[in-house]
Design a protein around this ligand. Structure first.
Ligand code: YOG
Length: 134
């Protein structure tokens, strides 16, 4: 059985989100608001097609992609830098490489017990988030 990330997930921990936002060049005032947020993720997975909607009281971000198909990502409302993104399976992990102005940018999702894990990477910073089913 392949992994299924589908569901509604609430953030329960957010390690080094500050460092990740600094690496992305997010200004101080925006970081102050952003680090108070408890975003929710809604994931819809249909085979190798994904829809990931990250919502919060401040901003929303949605992403649609297919495994193995590179796409243009605009990061609108985040750092607004365009990049080329590619998501692949690495065993049961969903790995995204975001090629653009920022080095070493990308993220990895995986399931651990009942939790959804997300590692966000930019330059030399790693943010680690954990979500529980809503
Ligand atoms: O998820 O790319 O699940 O897209 C990363 C925020 C904060 C806005 C959130 C809004 C990066 C201000 C998306 C937070 C910081 C700070 C809720 C993470 C940038 C700006 C939207 C992400 C992937 C994997 C799918």
């Amino acid at each position: 059985m392949p992994v299924d990330f589908s569901g509604t997930w609430n953030l329960i921990s957010n390690d080094n989100f500050e460092g990740y936002m600094v690496a992305l060049g997010i200004d101080f005032a925006t970081r102050k608001i952003a680090k108070m947020l408890k975003p929710q993720k809604v994931i819809k997975q249909d085979g190798d097609s994904f829809y990931i909607h990250t919502t919060s009281t401040f901003r929303d971000y949605s992403l649609q992609f297919k495994i193995g198909e590179e796409f243009e990502e605009d990061n609108k409302g985040l750092d607004n830098r365009k990049c080329k993104s590619l998501v692949t399976w690495e065993n049961d992990k969903l790995v995204c490489v975001q090629t653009g102005e920022k080095k070493n940018r990308g993220w990895t999702h995986w399931l651990e017990g009942d939790d959804l894990h997300l590692e966000l990477r930019c330059e030399n910073q790693v943010c680690k988030q954990v979500f529980k089913r809503a």
